[in-house]
Design a protein. Structure first.
Length: 291
């Protein structure tokens, strides 16, 4: 990271970059955006295909409970990753397990789990309120990419590398399992295994994204770039690449623009607004083209 910061400073001195890139947190923010954008965009296409729109929202809200548990167990309030990761992963796997063994509609089930996670999180936060800075909770809810530390980047990089290593060899099988489970079973694929693997990947990227995009908004960044790409292309390969590109551009612009314009806007909100602008533009383009 020191090398990247040095290069950024050289760019500022040469006039290629704005003064804001002389700050270490800005370089960290851009690196986080470039790591997270392609991954969220690529996974978002599978989320849309599998119709798990609200699953990541539920996991994101469960992060509050995970953070409270981590602090209660003695972790530092700034980085309670063990409690966060453990609770969110158990929460996601339990939700998927119950889904496969009941006839309750999935959206109803997600609503029940989401409400439970928020209630438990709110109750536990009362016990740890003295240990937690209120601004940290704001960062968890709405994201603060400008407070990303080198440690956060390391966790994000490891999470991204793990997901990429799992996703590349299994993408087509997961996609077929999403689109047509019956055909996948005929081909001998273990659909339950790929379902749980996908759930674990979505949970992992959601946990890694919480501090950057925010628990409330991380689900939106999984969905909006994919929905935008779906409006612009019908080819699966282009769908994935375009979704990843749009998510990355949204992350970078949403990070840089508030800083350059000196706007007091949380990074997560700015990223989603930019992403939603692309979606509305694509929608208008599609309507005009059909007309």
């Amino acid at each position: 990271m020191e090398l990247l910061r040095h290069w950024a400073q050289l760019g500022v001195d040469a006039g290629w970059l704005s003064e804001s890139f002389s700050y270490a947190f800005m370089v960290n923010a851009i690196v986080a955006a470039l790591l997270l954008g392609p991954l969220l965009g690529g996974l978002g296409t599978l989320v849309i295909a599998k119709r798990l729109a609200f699953f990541s929202e539920a996991v994101g809200h469960a992060a509050l409970t995970g953070i409270a548990l981590g602090v209660l167990l003695g972790e530092p309030p700034e980085n309670p990753f063990i409690g966060l990761f453990s609770f969110c992963m158990i929460f996601a796997l339990l939700l998927h397990f119950v889904r496969n063994r009941t006839n309750v509609p999935y959206d109803t089930l997600v609503g029940v789990f989401l409400a439970l996670a928020l209630a438990v999180g709110a109750a536990l936060l009362m016990y740890v309120a003295r240990k937690i800075n209120i601004h940290m909770l704001e960062n968890v809810l709405f994201g603060s990419i400008l407070t990303v530390t080198d440690y956060d980047l390391m966790v994000l990089a490891v999470s991204c590398a793990l997901i990429v290593l799992l996703l590349i060899p299994t993408f087509n099988r997961i996609l077929l399992t999403c689109i047509s489970p019956d055909i996948a079973r005929v081909r001998g694929y273990k659909t339950n295994f790929y379902d749980y693997l996908f759930v674990m990947m979505i949970t992992l990227v959601t946990i890694a994204s919480v501090k950057i995009v925010g628990a409330v908004l991380v689900g939106a960044l999984l969905l909006i770039p994919g929905a935008t790409a779906r409006l612009l292309t019908k080819n699966m390969g282009s769908f994935v690449l375009l979704s990843a590109l749009l998510a990355t551009i949204s992350c970078v612009i949403g990070t840089v623009l508030p800083m350059e314009l000196k706007m007091p806007v949380p990074s997560g909100a700015a990223i989603i607004i930019v992403s939603a602008f692309f979606f509305l533009s694509a929608t208008i383009f599609r309507i005009v083209r059909k007309g």
